[in-house]
Each structure stands twice: as C-alpha cells, then as structure tokens.
Design a protein. Structure first.
Length: 435
C-alpha cells in the first residue's frame, strides 16, 4: 500500500520485521511446549529465547531465500545464525511451514481488526455527536434523487450511526472468525507434533486452536473476514456519497471543511470540491476488490496448496491498511462537516409545497374521498406546480373539488412541517438508547 493512504500503526502490523518477530515467537513458544513434554531439551528451548533480543536482519533473510526459494527455511537458517546451530536444531520440530505462516497471518489479522474496531468506535462517536447537534434541523428527504418528504439532518446522521454500529458487530465477528491457529504438522494429523503444542502456542498468541486444519487453516474463515471488510467499505462509500450529494452546488446542505490555504482547482480558484469523500469512494472500491480473491481462496487442492498465498500477501496488508485509513478519514470528515440550515430550508421550499402531497392525499381520503379520486385531485394540482411553477397550497385552495372536502384549516394543517418530525425522538431512542 502506498504511504498516501496509510497510517503507521496499521502499516507496522505488516512490516517484515513484525512478521519475523511473530514467526520467532511461534517457534519459541512451540519449543517451550515441546520441552515441557520432554520432546526436546529444556535448556535448548530456553536458549532459543535469547534470540528475542536480537533484531532479525530482513536483508539477510531475503538473501537466504533467494538461494533456498523458501521463506520459512530462510528464516530458520537466519535464526540458527543467532541462536546457534546446537539450539536451532530443536526448532520447528514436527512442524510445517503453514503452521507458522497461517498462525502468523491470523495474529496479524486479529491485530488489524483491533485497530479497525477502534476506528469504528471513533466514527460512531462522531456520528452520534453530529446527530444530536442536527436532530431537529429539517431538510428534504429524497427518493430517486427527487424531493420526497421532510426529514432532519439528525436522522441522516442517525441512520449512518445505526449502519456503522452493525459494522462494528461485523468487525468483531470477523476478528473472532480468524482468531485461530494451527500447529498440526504435515497434512494436519499431529503425527509429529503433539496437540498440546498447538494449544500452548495459541494460548500465548491470543488465539484458539483450529478444530481441524488440513495443514492450513480453512480459508472460509478468511473469506468471511474480508467479506466483512468489504461490507464496511461499502458503508463508508454510502456515507461519502450522501455527503458528495449534499455538497453539490444545487444542493449545498453540507460540505467538507475547507481549510485556510486549501485550493480546490488548478484552473478555477472558486472551486470547493468534495475531494475527501470522492477519495473515500475510490478507497472503498479497493477494499472490496479483496473480497472475491478471498472467496476464491477457499478452494484448495486436497490438504493444501499455496494458490492462496500470493493473494493473501497482497490483500492482507492492502485491505486492512486502506480501510483503516478510510475510517479515520471519514471520522474527520464527519467531525468537521459544515452544515447549512438556511440552504436546507430553501431546498425544502423549492417545489412550492409539493412535498406535502401525501398529507393532502391522506386528508382527502379521511374526509371521505376515494383514494383514486383523491390521488387524481392531488396530482392534478401538483402537475401545475411542476409545469408552471405554481404554488401548491394556492392551487389546492382554488380547486372546488378539493375545497368541497377540505376546509382552509384542513389544507393549512397538511402543510405543517412539524408533522413529519414528531417521531424523531422515538427514532433516536431506538438508535442511541436515549433521545
């Protein structure tokens, strides 16, 4: 992942130095368990831990791998250089490369999930704060991009909060899905390594033993993990797209904060573009691009192959780093979003009261007019507003068929904006647990 869309804490999880450190810990913990069982000498197992203070030389490991063409062997060779061959010969007893690789990958995914969960909590805090700030700020709701009926800006933030709360649960479930490890040896039979070794290593690395691993951890777990990331990314795009719409010149109900000294266009000095949310739309596409390969990784030949390996070396870092950056960026956008109540009010009145058509329709039916006739009467007057720019309330008041059923007070009541916001507190209580 390029530095432009990366944050250091998440990047650190995927650095070669971090990976090799986890490899070492897995091997050393396995040695402890083997020594406890009497499989290897306790002194040699303890001696391996002395390498914990060493800095593993990435360039040296890479150089060995160029010759061996095997990354785990290259690491073990380098470990022998540090711990000494008399101790290193007891390392990796009965284990296979996937024991190290898969367990490490899941440790990294769990650590990445922890960051993403923290990111999501921060975003939820920002959404809740903005929801209550704008709870009663009326704006027009839209369906198909067309004015529908009044809502509030607070409800917009609240629905995004509810969506992200679901995503927080998805992230927690995704973390649980991949929080397993396997130290089961070739083809997963434990023939050369006792299950107690797996149990100890997993306990020390914060994982649960995989119930059955065919030398590799089943990849349906990882498919579920990356699918969850894809859903979260789609929700990020959902929020970003709404903000992009609100920032359009013809709408301008809200906009990204525009900093002092910021430039919107190299050609047009007046521009204030929704660059952050447009960027989030693109980042969401990249996170989702990991989902299908992760799904395809589920199918492996027999007990194992490595067709999944190259995929995971890319999507593991890329998807988690990108989503971490996206969630952090979206939190900043929400926190600093500039809202324009006056423009919301102007947009609400833009169609001359047409957005109250359902209220009139219902009033007519409650007054005894059939639904078909009521719809015809309301639509007839509404079309005059669409086509001639008339005032909807005036047209209704001048229609004899309408006034035969509705009094002036009835018509006026149908245009009360407060009617549409009377249950906002109820919705907020459902979303936030308080109003």
């Amino acid at each position: 992942m390029i530095p432009r869309y990366s944050r250091p804490e998440m990047v650190a999880i995927w650095l070669p130095e971090t990976k090799f450190r986890i490899w070492f810990e897995i091997e050393a913990h396995a040695g402890d368990a083997m020594a406890e069982a009497g499989t290897i000498p306790a002194a040699n197992a303890a001696a391996v831990w002395k390498a914990a203070d060493a800095t593993f030389d990435v360039e040296r490991i890479d150089a060995i791998e160029r010759e061996t063409r095997h990354d785990v062997i290259a690491f073990l060779t380098h470990l022998a250089e540090i711990a000494g061959p008399e101790n290193a010969r007891f390392v990796h007893q009965g284990m296979t490369s996937s024991d190290v690789l898969d367990t490490t990958f899941n440790v990294q995914l769990c650590r990445a999930a922890d960051i993403l969960i923290a990111d999501m909590k921060g975003l939820l805090d920002a959404l809740e704060r903005r929801a209550f700030e704008t709870k009663d700020m009326v704006r027009i709701g839209r369906s198909h991009g067309i004015h529908a009926e009044p809502v509030t800006m607070g409800l917009t933030f609240a629905r995004f909060h509810a969506e992200m709360a679901r995503n927080l649960r998805r992230l927690r479930t995704a973390r649980e899905e991949v929080a397993t490890g396997a130290i089961s040896g070739a083809v997963g039979t434990f023939a050369n390594v006792d299950p107690a070794v797996e149990a100890h290593v997993c306990a020390m690395m914060g994982l649960e033993p995989e119930p059955i691993s065919t030398q590799v951890v089943p990849r349906d777990r990882h498919a579920a993990f990356f699918a969850a990331l894809g859903v979260v990314a789609s929700s990020v795009e959902n929020v970003a797209t709404e903000i992009r719409h609100m920032q359009r010149t013809e709408v301008l109900e809200a906009e990204e904060a525009f900093g002092k000294g910021q430039k919107g266009s190299s050609a047009m000095p007046h521009k204030r573009n929704p660059v952050l949310t447009e960027n989030l739309t693109g980042l969401a596409r990249m996170v989702r691009s990991a989902v299908v390969p992760a799904m395809e990784n589920v199918t492996l030949w027999h007990e194992r192959d490595i067709s999944h390996s190259s995929v995971e070396r890319m999507i593991g870092p890329d998807a988690t780093i990108t989503l971490d950056f996206a969630l952090h960026r979206l939190t900043g956008v929400i926190s600093e979003l500039v809202v324009h109540p006056d423009n919301m009010a102007a947009n609400l009145d833009k169609l001359g009261g047409l957005v109250m058509s359902q209220r009139v329709l219902l009033a007519l039916t409650q007054a005894g007019v059939t639904r078909d006739d009521a719809y015809r009467l309301v639509q007839r007057n509404a079309m005059k507003v669409w086509e001639n720019g008339a005032d909807f309330r005036s047209e209704l008041s001048n229609d004899p068929e309408v006034t035969a059923a509705l009094s002036p007070e009835d018509i006026a009541s149908a245009f009360d904006v407060g009617y549409h916001t009377k249950h906002v507190d109820t919705i907020f209580a459902r979303v936030f647990g308080h109003s």
